[in-house]
Design a protein around this ligand. Structure first.
Ligand SMILES: NC(=O)c1ccc[n+]([C@@H]2O[C@H](COP(=O)([O-])OP(=O)(O)OC[C@H]3O[C@@H](n4cnc5c(N)ncnc54)[C@H](O)[C@@H]3O)[C@@H](O)[C@H]2O)c1
Length: 269
């Protein structure tokens, strides 16, 4: 039996994509309770109803993670309901898929709010409880876009680079303080969830959502600190370090086709 058994898991953005799959997987692994925060009210209600119909203890909170006050209020509602989160999955994310010159200020702010600031705010709300119990785990879903630069992703890349820097720094703080709280940083390549509908990846296969969700849950079980998917992404920091920038552009961008992967991006409509 894994340490997940009997725990309470909170997944942000758990009403679709890998968030939905991870929530289900944690319950199958023996989690006692799943809490989902999502902005999409209908999708959230549907997922909660489906999981409850299978006999699971699931609660849904409509939360716009771009709104810090709503984050604080939702955390307080959970405290009032005596829901103590053991495992936090900071998963919700958005992308515009536009070249930078076409971004409005609001596009930029919302991407940073949801992808970068919200994981920090949610962790800041829930960490004191984990520290007091001397146990807990936080997963931060960044992206391969936090390791590689890419056209039509500039603000998304910035948001995910920031998450990686924050997440792994937090991990070291938790370890130095012998807090009992584990941190996992995840950097997946494209996943076939619809968030990046229209992307083309001629060489590196687009990941299957189930595979990614299962690997993340396994990473929590084993307290893995960094999960790059697929495994070949482990070469990226090395290649960026040793190759001159123009050579890296050639190998990663041109030969692997990454720099044109977003040419036909449609995303979620
Ligand atoms: N799909 C990919 O190719 C890919 C690749 C690497 C990393 N990621 C990251 O994985 C995570 C999950 O992505 P996915 O592919 O499952 O996408 P998805 O669009 O299926 O799921 C994202 C979820 O986040 C929710 N969400 C969006 N904005 C929100 C807000 N303001 N407040 C609350 N919830 C909000 C959405 O409603 C949705 O349920 C994201 O952080 C994404 O950046 C995705």
């Amino acid at each position: 039996m894994s340490w997940i058994h009997g725990k309470t898991v909170l997944v942000t953005g758990g009403a679709s994509g890998i968030g939905q799959l991870m929530g289900r997987r944690f319950l199958e692994e023996g989690a006692a309770r799943l809490v989902i925060w999502d902005v999409q009210q209908q999708a959230l209600a549907r997922v909660v109803a489906e999981l409850r119909a299978r006999g699971h203890d699931v609660s849904g909170f409509v939360v716009d993670l771009a709104d810090p006050e709503r984050i604080r209020a939702a955390a307080q509602e959970m405290e009032a309901a005596a829901i103590a989160v053991d495992i936090l999955i900071n998963n919700a994310g958005i992308v515009t898929g536009k070249v930078f010159a076409e971004h409005s200020f609001d596009d930029i702010a919302r991407t940073i709010d949801v992808n970068t600031l919200a994981p920090m705010y949610v962790a800041r709300e829930l960490l004191p409880g984990m520290l007091a119990r001397r146990s807990g785990h936080i997963v931060n879903i960044a992206s391969a876009a936090g390791l590689v630069c890419n056209p039509k992703m500039s603000v998304y890349c910035a948001s995910k680079w920031a998450v990686i820097g924050w997440s792994d720094s937090l991990r070291i703080e938790m370890e130095q303080g012998k807090t009992g709280v584990g941190i996992t940083t995840v950097t997946p390549y494209y996943i076939d969830t619809g968030m990046f509908a229209g992307v083309r990846s001629p060489v590196i296969p687009i990941l299957k959502p189930d595979f990614v969700a299962n690997r993340i849950v396994a990473a929590v079980k084993s307290n893995r600190i960094l999960l790059r998917l697929p495994g070949m992404l482990n070469l990226v920091p090395l290649l960026r370090g040793i190759l001159p920038a123009r050579w890296f552009d050639k190998v990663g961008g041109d030969w692997l086709g990454v720099y044109h992967s977003m040419d036909d991006f449609k995303g979620r409509q």
